[in-house]
Design a binder for this molecule. Sequence first.
Ligand SMILES: O=P(O)(O)OC[C@H]1O[C@H](OP(=O)(O)OP(=O)(O)O)[C@H](O)[C@@H]1O
Ligand SMILES: Nc1ncnc2[nH]cnc12
Length: 179
Amino acid sequence: MSDIELVKSCLRVIPDFPIKGIMFQDIFPIFQNPEAVEAMVSHFVNHIKETNPNGVDAIVGLDARGFLFGPMIALRLGCKFVPIRKKGKLPGKTFVAQYKKEYGVDEFEIPADALSENQNVIIVDDLIATGGSAAAAGDLVMKCNANIKEYLFIIDLVDLKGSSSLNAPVYSMITVHGD
Ligand SMILES: O=P(O)(O)OC[C@H]1O[C@H](OP(=O)(O)OP(=O)(O)O)[C@H](O)[C@@H]1O
Ligand SMILES: Nc1ncnc2[nH]cnc12
């Protein structure tokens, strides 16, 4: 079985969660299977190494599911991990961005001093739906004057066309049709 097939076999779909009409793609079962975690992390690490032969400076992960594997990727690459958190959770000076997602409105924050000017950054999250969360994360990275090299997701809900709203290349391990 390929890395992608192994990861895909772990996904669970729950209808009508967290609200009616949403087909919720649950990535947590991946973490019950260490081989699948290894396959996913090495797949992303190999991809980043191939597309960024000069290395990257930071993996930026989105609260909360981007925190599950973003630090693993950063550790393997020997670069820093920077969190983007839901508003009100980060101490110190932050930059703030508001956004709409598939089921609501939210605000993200990044520590204002976590990235330096012109650092090369990869933004990671479990899933892209409308792209609202990822676009807000991109705005925050740009407020830090860093460069977005790529967005990485485990799952792309392609019919929602979120990737087309982003201002850098997008790579997803798994594409899912429908919402
Ligand atoms: O492309 P979008 O329409 O913006 O949706 C995708 C976002 O929605 C989910 O996070 P959620 O805000 O539900 O938070 P969680 O990770 O804390 O569960 C998911 O982990 C992405 O971050
Ligand atoms: N369908 C979905 N499944 C899991 N997380 C999501 N975030 C936004 N839409 C989602």
